[in-house]
Design a protein around this ligand. Structure first.
Ligand code: CA
Length: 253
């Protein structure tokens, strides 16, 4: 059996490679021209003609409860939009914790607009009228930069068997699933994972995590270890990661 490459599979491969772009722009001519140019470049393009539609698409992509929700690799946002303007959309996107690259478009070109755009979390700013080639070059640069920083985040991750801790994102996964840790639990785990097999006494843990002014007693440490075990261990009563070292304290791995 031979593999036939249909136009669909070719297009699919291009989409996978270049990414998905959301364009929120109310001027139809600009929206369609942008969509066409980016599609021809090999991007998958989704468009919204006002701020409300844009927000709808964006909020779907923020929650994992929508399996079919589009996840965007790049957002092109017009500044002046009906219902919700581009600045607010940008602010909301960042508020949700998304680091997706955002390119703002605006008919205004004063420095104030530019500064405000960048302050609310846009990565780049382009003033209308602009050339398509410049826009595409900026999109490519933003995607490249974002990809590089994602790679750096991945590289900075601490791994131990099935546990991965991302220090910059304050995020932990176990067996590929996100684990919800409190800030203290996260810092304890980060400390442990940065020093595998090192034994920590309760006093050392208190000093490192709670600080020298901590007034509570060392039982606090035991309680936090128990909570961490409940979240990380398959069987918290027979831990494989967070081990008790009798007479000394705890160690990881
Ligand atoms: Ca507009």
């Amino acid at each position: 059996m031979s593999l036939t490459i249909t136009p669909e599979t070719t297009r699919f491969q291009q989409e996978v490679k270049l990414g998905r772009v959301l364009i929120v722009e109310d001027e139809e001519l600009i929206r369609e021209t942008l969509a066409l140019a980016l599609t021809e470049e090999g991007y998958e393009v989704i468009t919204a003609e006002d701020g409300r539609k844009g927000l709808e698409l964006l909020s779907k992509s923020h929650t994992s409860s929508h399996p079919s929700a589009p996840i965007f690799d790049l957002i092109i946002l017009d500044l002046m939009l009906p219902y919700i303007n581009g600045l607010d959309l940008c602010r909301l996107t960042r508020h949700e914790g998304s680091s997706v690259p955002i390119l703002m478009l605006s008919a205004k070109g004063t420095e104030t607009d530019r500064v405000v755009g960048l302050e609310v979390g846009a990565d780049d700013y382009l003033t209308k009228p602009f050339g398509m080639r410049e826009l595409i070059a900026r999109c490519r640069a933003l995607l490249r930069r974002h990809h590089r920083s994602q790679q750096q985040t991945q590289e900075a991750a601490l791994r131990f068997h099935e546990i991965v801790l991302y220090p910059q994102e304050c995020r932990v996964t176990i067996r590929g699933e996100e684990v919800n840790l409190s800030p203290k639990e996260f810092r304890i785990l980060e400390l442990f994972m940065s020093h595998p097999r090192r034994v920590w006494s309760r006093e050392q843990l208190i000093e490192r995590i709670w600080g020298p002014d901590f007034m509570g007693d060392s039982k606090t440490v035991d309680v936090h270890i128990r909570w961490l075990r409940e979240k990380l261990e398959l069987d918290p009563s027979r831990p494989e990661y967070l081990l008790t070292v009798r007479g000394f304290g705890y160690r990881f791995g």
